[in-house]
Design a protein around this ligand. Sequence first.
Ligand code: 5GP
Length: 250
Amino acid sequence: MSPEKAPEIAKGEKIYEGKAKVLYKGTEEGTLIQYFKDDATAFNAQKKGTIAGKGIVNNKVTELVMKHLERIGIPTHFIKRLSDREQLVREVEIIPLEVIVRNTVAGTMAKRLGIEEGRRLERPLIEFSLKDDDLGDPLIAEEHILSLDLADEEELSEIFDMTHQINDFLRGLFAGVGIELIDFKLEYGRLYDEDELGYRLILADEFSPDNCRLWDMETGKKLDKDRFRRDLGGEVEAYQEVARRLGITL
Ligand code: 5GP
């Protein structure tokens, strides 16, 4: 894998720099370039570090997942991968929600409810957090979303439908390579028509070992960002392993 280096693709101005990604204006109207960094943060950026080559894995895993999802009829912001660390996406108005899907209890759910990690849920659970770093992305109810007008009922219903479809598909995809999809986080955005009269909801952001939990089905080994969060070591190899199992060349 090549080391992190200056991006080579022609881009517009930098519009946002997050913990793991940078967004630039694309050269065409209505497009952005997502640049994936090796920087890693956890616990609301209280823990900081880097995972060598993570940006390349996340860019390529996101590409593979988004292409699969488009094929099963989920609209996404992904247009094409431009380089090892960059992909061209459609510019959307991000809905300020983290849509969290859980198949098995882990992470904050285990802590909040005092349940041991690893308990399989009777049915997948969809939770929402308000996307607000200063507040630590607090968990909110559907009623908060509607009362605060973060999204309307029609949008929420669409988010539930798409999210369940995505979960069903991705559980199968990962099971096929011996990995259990424990939980993950999605973000959606509104893509406006050219006349700005209408819009549709599309999947945005990324899907990578940074925003999901992946456990090896045979050994239970964690193959995701929990290796970094919990100081388990071997995070570089774990990210590479996920890519390798999905048939991705790094
Ligand atoms: P938890 O609520 O247990 O911390 O996270 C549930 C799932 O959502 C995990 O797969 C975790 O990686 C993902 N997730 C939750 N919040 C965030 C976030 O702010 N950023 C990222 N990248 N993933 C998140």
